[in-house]
Write a new protein. Structure first.
Length: 281
């Protein structure tokens, strides 16, 4: 399909992080974080055992919500948030004393001071930023860790994305949500996330595990609204890219999807959590 005829999420290819950096976008990220926390029922995976004074990195920290939660649980730890754009993170004055945030573009070299520094590295939601061939990035994650250090990588499972219909009304139709699901899947553009364990093992990580998390019924509507917020930001980014006709098409889909959600339909995108460990040297 030529670039001029594309209407799905593959339009973001080569554009890096396409979402807004506004206060509304920050609210979406914070909502997303707390929904994930409620769905997973943990912040750090229970299999990961850290000392009270661990050195921790959060890659693609965004608003820093994850960091702030961990800082409360590990007040003696050193926590470092890393992101290509730190404008959505709290001002230094509002950060706990054991938390810092700094700029790092994951596509650039790893700074010397970050090599072999961390007991635990956390990564979440690079699905739109990476494009499947992630060996160079994973090598950087491995280099960041101390011997025996842990990695936790949380992503979306776009392979099993689906539209959930109410049990009481199985004949409910949700064509707009189905179209959003189809175009968000983008012909398998994001299927690579289910191969993260394979990528980690190939790069030299040990004890690699992956766990899947679906949507509990109590969270289905809330996640659906968060996904529609994401779609709205995507449409806005298309407008900034000069693709106003495609953006208008997306806005129309979102409006119809809102009505379908009122009838009980919901877009569900499962989550995965991958854990791994660097070998002892």
């Amino acid at each position: 399909m030529s670039e001029s005829t594309k209407v799905d999420w593959s339009l973001t290819d080569g554009h890096g992080y396409v979402f807004n950096r506004s206060h509304i976008a920050a609210c979406r990220l914070n909502l997303q974080y707390y929904l994930w926390k409620e769905a997973l029922q943990f912040v750090i995976h229970p299999s990961i055992q850290l000392s009270p004074n661990a050195v921790i990195a959060d890659v693609a920290t965004g608003t820093g919500a994850w960091l702030l939660d961990v800082a409360r649980d590990f007040p003696q730890a050193q926590l470092h948030g890393l992101d290509n754009d730190i404008s959505q993170a709290p001002h230094t004055n509002w950060l706990p004393g054991n938390v810092s945030v700094r700029h790092w573009d994951i596509f650039t070299d790893l700074p010397d001071e970050m090599v072999g520094t961390f007991d635990y590295v956390h990564v979440r939601l690079l699905v739109l930023v990476l494009e499947g061939n992630n060996e160079a990035f994973i090598q950087k994650l491995l280099k960041m860790l101390k011997p025996g250090g842990y990695l936790q990588w949380d992503e979306l499972d776009c392979v099993n994305m689906h539209v959930k219909l109410p049990i009481s009304s199985p004949d409910t139709k949700a064509p707009a949500l189905e179209k959003i699901r189809e175009m968000s899947w983008a012909n398998g553009r994001y299927d690579w996330t289910l191969k993260i364990p394979e990528f980690l093992t190939k790069t030299g990580f040990q004890d690699v595990q992956m766990q899947k998390f679906g949507d509990e019924e109590r969270l289905v509507r809330a996640f659906n609204e968060q996904h529609l917020l994401t779609m709205d930001e995507f449409a806005s980014s298309l407008g900034r890219m000069g693709k106003s006709d495609v953006a208008d098409m997306w806005y129309g889909l979102i409006e119809r999807a809102e009505r379908e959600a009122g009838m009980g339909a919901a877009l569900c995108i499962p989550r995965i959590v991958c854990t791994a460990r660097k070998g002892l040297e």
